[in-house]
Design a binder for this molecule. Structure first.
Ligand code: FES
Length: 487
């Protein structure tokens, strides 16, 4: 029987991103069977599966971890002893079942051989039975002499190891999949993977993260004040913020699909850090209370209000996979917000957040190459989009063009270079003083088909409009271009 693996598990075993696997599927190098891939196909395309080398996927995980500080820093590598014991127990049960099946098949083969020998002893022996006996003996000898350390064995060793270290979660009805690592709750793992489940306090008080476990085993990692009714418990409802996955589980829960599915939230947060990039630019790190994380989609904005009462609506420059630690870049200007931030604000002061707003978000179901164009400070929402795109891991290739007016104007340069060095499907073109015409000339030169990509562009309205008009003139369909004005 063909052994099948889900795309997420196959990518993790091969040490590649899901986008890489999907690219090979689209090229016809790997076949899928109802969304799953065969072990034999995986080993054919990635023959060097080993426990030691997890390749690009591991590098991507490192980038994601570096990109945003986690709200649950600490030991997230090793699951708790209780979860480890449960996983080992469930794997042992699986192993016992498999051994029982193999033993039964061995017994069947022995019985078949005995019967064939008896039949062969009859006079005169049927020729076909003698031939069958020879064939059976040859096959058994061949199977017994196979080297134990082949690719398939290594793959199953790695799969067993990964099943002990993490469990996979499949969401229905969306079909999204992700892994729960270390001591994470199901909710934390879902948010880290870019999913937008409903939640509120993250600590078992509000009940907003309630979801139904359809199959698989879970483990309660913290007590909760919210009370589930007996009927809910019987139906399999749990709080995803208070439970982790022991075995692979299927969870039924609604996910926000568009900006309209996210409620407006009002949060009293704190300035975690003010990081001057230059005399004119400040990076503002904001942290929400542990029990009130901001739910937003990458590319959206919020209204910030300082203790002085000055407020401004700014794009969030960080990934929704960490809604507790938010990043903004603020340019010094004539407005009261930037003046007060530069001259009066300090770490640990309270700051009000209301939002999220805006629909400059990713086409998450689109897999074609994505081109991100940041003009000046338009990098903030674009950075958020790119980090989210890496989290959901479905886009085939990314290219970031970032044009600034001054040579030292690229304040997220280190972040861009780290992505470029790590992801083989990410390209970065820094530009200084490039106009709309220059950007379009570059796009024509870099892209085999300018009309086949999706475009996400943010920047001052005049420049962004000029680039958008140029793209439309070059034959790019309007629905493939998303623009955010940052004036
Ligand atoms: S998010 Fe509030 S109970 Fe889970």
């Amino acid at each position: 029987m063909t052994q099948l693996l889900s795309l997420s598990r196959a990518a993790r075993l091969a040490g590649v991103t899901r986008a890489d696997l999907q690219r090979r599927i689209r090229r016809g190098e790997i076949q899928t069977f109802e969304g799953e891939v065969a072990v034999s196909d995986l080993l054919r395309v990635y023959p060097s599966v080993s426990l030691e080398k997890t390749g690009m996927l591991e590098q991507v995980e490192r980038i994601k971890a570096d990109a945003v500080p986690r709200s649950y820093d600490g030991d997230t590598t090793l699951p708790s002893p209780e979860v480890l014991v449960s996983r080992i127990k469930s794997l042992s049960e699986l192993l016992v079942q498999k051994i029982a099946v193999v033993d039964a098949q061995e017994e069947l083969l022995r019985e078949l051989r005995r019967r064939l020998v008896d039949l062969n002893a009859a006079t005169p022996p049927p020729e076909t039975v003698a031939g069958l006996l020879d064939w059976l003996d040859e096959r058994r000898a061949e199977i017994a002499s196979r080297p134990v350390d082949d690719g398939r064995t290594r793959l199953f060793a790695k799969d067993t190891f990964l099943r002990i270290m993490s469990a996979s979660v499949k969401m229905i009805p969306s079909g999204h999949e992700f892994f729960v690592d270390g001591t994470e709750s199901i909710l934390e793992a879902a948010v880290r993977s870019g999913l937008r489940l409903s939640y509120g306090c993250s600590s078992g008080n509000c009940g907003a993260c309630k979801a139904r476990i359809v199959s698989g085993e879970i483990w309660k990692i913290r007590e909760h004040d919210y009370v589930l009714s007996e009927r809910e418990k019987q139906m399999g409802y749990v709080l995803t913020c208070c439970n982790t996955a022991v075995t692979d589980v299927v969870v039924e829960a609604a996910e926000a699909r568009s900006v309209d599915d996210l409620p407006e939230q009002e949060i009293r947060a704190q300035i975690r850090k003010l990081e001057p990039e230059s005399d004119a630019l400040m990076l503002l790190h904001v942290q929400t209370p542990r029990t009130q994380t901001l739910r937003f989609m990458a590319g959206q904005r919020v209204r910030l209000t300082l203790e002085t009462g000055a407020s401004a609506e700014l794009p969030i420059a960080s990934c929704p996979c960490n809604g507790r630690n938010l990043l903004f870049s603020v340019r010094r200007g004539e407005d009261a917000f930037s003046r007060d931030l530069f001259e009066q604000a300090s770490a640990r002061q309270m700051i009000g957040l209301i939002g999220p707003y805006g629909d400059f978000v990713l086409h998450e179901d689109a897999t074609e190459p994505a081109v991100f164009i940041a003009l000046g400070d338009g990098i903030a929402p674009v950075k958020s989009l790119i980090e989210h795109a890496i989290s959901i891991d479905t886009i085939e290739a990314f290219h970031l063009y970032w044009s600034v007016t001054q040579p030292d104007g690229q304040h997220f340069q280190r972040w861009c270079r780290a992505l470029k060095e790590t992801l083989d499907n990410f390209a970065f073109t820094p530009l200084v003083g490039a106009g709309a015409g220059d950007v379009l000339t570059l796009l024509r030169a870099d892209l085999p088909r300018i009309d086949a990509a999706r475009y996400y562009m943010a920047g001052p309205s005049a420049e962004a409009t000029a680039v958008r008009d140029g793209l439309l003139g070059a034959g790019v369909a309007e629905e493939r271009i998303r623009v955010q004005w940052v004036d």
